[in-house]
Write a protein that binds this ligand. Structure first.
Ligand code: PGA
Length: 255
């Protein structure tokens, strides 16, 4: 387990203007920059990345991206490439978020995106997770297949450029059934480590694992303490600087 907790805020397609985005980032940075034991990454919509990058001071609170394409340039209208992000000084990108998969992003596309982002020098926050749970445990197979498929183009020497976020689809966003239980998340963090062990012959413990899905100020500490995760991927709660500050502070004090 890593000593510093990694807390990533996924702002999705919020907020609606740059002024609000900057104000939220400044408020979050104020708290995040005081916390020794937490690395905070805010992933805003692309259009705000440059503006927010200018507000970064130091390493404790930085800016990431929510997606990138699998070529560095070309006729891909509307896409943003990993080389472009890296030229802005962005260091990490979320790939394979379930909201993108729901819009048609296939395992194949995800795996190309992962390889391209790593090649461009970015750290990839790869999202995996099941739509629903079944009695027979087929969701476990699905998650380990998602992982293996996404990483097929990644060399073992580059595994240190990976973060895996377990996000059960049924626990994400305002239609969430509920947050996963800490046991649900523990089960999958063990599965992810085992899948890495199968792939690379050692325990894969160098790869940080995050939990995401309805994380809030009340449950954040429990996941960090009981689910053997190295951090959290936070959606809605990362858009409220006060609530997000509570999550960051909880992470800072969780050993
Ligand atoms: P949520 O979203 O925290 O709003 O459930 C998490 C995510 O989609 O990354």
């Amino acid at each position: 387990m890593k000593t510093k907790k990694l807390i990533i805020g996924n702002w999705k397609m919020f907020p609606v203007n740059a002024k609000d985005a900057k104000a939220k980032f400044v408020a979050i940075k104020k708290v995040a920059s005081t916390l020794r034991n937490v690395q905070t990454v805010i992933c805003p919509p692309f259009v705000y990345v440059s503006d927010l990058k200018k507000l970064v001071t130091g390493h404790r609170c930085v800016v990431g991206a929510q997606n990138s394409w699998y070529e560095n340039e070309g006729a891909f209208t509307g896409e943003v490439s990993p080389a472009m992000l890296s030229s802005l000084g962005v260091e990490s990108v979320i790939v394979g978020h379930s909201e993108r998969r729901a819009n048609g992003e296939t395992d194949d596309v995800v795996s190309k995106k992962v390889a391209a982002a790593i090649k461009a020098g970015l750290t990839v926050v790869l999202c995996v997770g099941e739509r629903e749970r079944d009695q027979d445990g087929d969701y476990m197979k699905l998650i380990s297949n998602q992982l293996k498929s996404a990483l097929q183009g990644v060399q073992k020497k580059d595994f240190n450029k990976l973060v895996i976020a377990y996000e059960p689809v049924w626990a994400i966003g305002k239609h969430a059934v509920r947050a996963a239980s800490t046991d649900d998340a523990l089960e999958i963090s063990i599965l992810i480590r085992k899948t890495f062990a199968d792939m690379c012959g050692k325990d894969g413990s160098c790869v940080p694992i995050l939990y995401g899905g309805s994380v809030d100020a009340k449950n954040a500490w429990e996941f960090l303490l009981k689910s053997q995760v190295d951090g959290l991927l936070v959606g809605r709660a990362s858009l409220d600087p006060k609530v997000f500050a509570e999550i960051l502070k909880a992470a800072d004090t969780t050993k």
